[in-house]
Design a protein around this ligand. Structure first.
Ligand code: ADP
Ligand code: MG
Length: 372
């Protein structure tokens, strides 16, 4: 079993910088697990502590049932792939991939080395390049050699730190699919670091989102996207990001209304129930909150007027093939919509909008936590 467990792990650099703060994670055997967050949030520090390349300031890291805090990197049965992969320029692809097997203390036979390199090359579809030098390969092929060099060790856990961030957009999309397939075929646990939410959402079984060293949420891509626990997570996943609109919640009897300069929206009963379940009855009235609504969750309507429908001024449109991003202005807010290009909308137009009520998110304006 190669589950990876972090128990209250901290990383402090020079006693001052707190790069990772009290992080606990339970990464399952054979899981594709992504660590996601903006640059500097502590992803690499976390991965390097799992790898044994960085001392653990406090807490425990376990691989399987073994606490590995004091175990040397080479004895952890892990392999790591970095963004900047250093292949040996004067060795051919075969020799590059065989290298970790030749230098290890296991003393692999020539036949065994050949078997493992050829198998890894086959999985990565680079069998035809074994006799070439790195400079005779494209960026994507070189990265596959680097991954191959990790695979040949047949580790229990793979650690990847932004392994495809520097590739061009098209190749990156291609490699996303490949890496996911690779992880399924190898049946190993994979811990994958990225700052790219699309990458994490498209590949991971589960994602851990961090910010300033602090874990924000762990969940499946669906849970993270549809039930973000706070405004940071809500704003970090999804492109363009979720819109946030300041509102007041006015409660009178059974009627709960979300109110601002533009609209007065009746909360659906199901949302009221969920709110009460998590927060009890709201005390004080009105209550300041933030409505979160994704760009794709607006409806452009022909219906004008009414409390729940509101006008907006269009100031930029960006067509993106089937869809377009429309930047609009309502009193006190600038928002982005994502709608079908079939609607004939131009800069300078006034349009009327509704929100898809069942897609609304409500956050506490002070704590930025989701109410449900
Ligand atoms: P990420 O991989 O998410 O971009 P890192 O784990 O590399 O984040 O860094 C987290 C924080 O720790 C950052 O503020 C970074 O500047 C700091 N940091 C990383 N490595 C060191 C180091 N060797 N010495 C001091 N500070 C460091
Ligand atoms: Mg990093």
């Amino acid at each position: 079993m190669a589950n990876v467990t972090l128990e209250h792990v901290w990383k402090r650099y020079g006693g001052k910088v707190e790069a990772v703060i009290d992080l606990s994670l339970d990464i399952k055997d054979k899981e594709f697990f992504c660590l996601l967050g903006p640059s500097g949030c502590g992803k690499s520090s976390t991965l390097r502590m799992i790898a044994g390349l960085e001392e653990i300031s406090q807490g425990k890291v376990l691989i399987g049932d073994q606490v590995v805090n004091e175990v040397e990197p080479k004895d952890r049965d892990i392999a790591m792939v970095f963004e900047t992969y250093a292949l040996y320029p004067h060795k051919k692809v075969f020799a590059n991939m065989a290298f970790p097997l030749r230098v290890g203390k296991q003393n692999y036979s020539t036949a065994e080395i050949k078997r493992r390199v050829e198998k890894a090359a086959e999985i990565l579809e680079i069998s035809d390049f074994l006799d070439r030098y790195p400079k005779q390969l494209s960026g994507g092929q070189r990265q596959r050699v680097a991954i191959g060099r990790a695979i040949v060790r047949e580790p229990q856990v793979f650690l990847l730190d932004e392994p495809i961030s520097h590739l061009d957009a098209k190749l990156r999309t291609h490699m996303r699919g490949e890496l996911k397939l690779l992880q399924r075929n190898l049946e190993t646990t994979m811990v994958y670091v990225t700052h790219d939410q699309m990458e994490a959402m498209s590949m991971a079984d589960r994602i851990a989102i961090m910010n300033f060293g602090v874990l924000q949420q762990v969940g499946t891509p669906d849970q993270i996207f549809n039930h973000p626990v706070n405004q940071f997570v809500a704003g970090f996943v999804g492109d363009p990001p979720m819109n946030f609109i300041d509102c007041d919640l006015e409660v009178s009897g059974d009627k709960w209304e979300l109110v601002n300069e533009s609209f007065r929206i009746n909360l659906p009963q199901e949302m009221i129930d969920r709110y009460k379940q998590n927060n009890g009855d709201p005390k004080g009235n009105p209550k300041e909150m933030v409505l979160g609504i994704r760009p794709e969750n607006f409806v452009v309507t022909d219906k004008q007027g009414g409390d729940e429908t509101f006008p907006a001024d269009v100031y930029v449109t960006e067509p993106l093939g089937e869809e377009m991003i429309v930047d609009i202005e309502i009193p006190k807010n600038k928002l982005k919509l994502k709608i079908s290009v079939d609607r004939d909308i131009k800069t300078g137009d006034k349009i009327w909008l509704e929100v898809m009520k069942n897609k609304m998110h409500l956050f506490n304006r002070e704590t930025e936590k989701a109410y449900f």
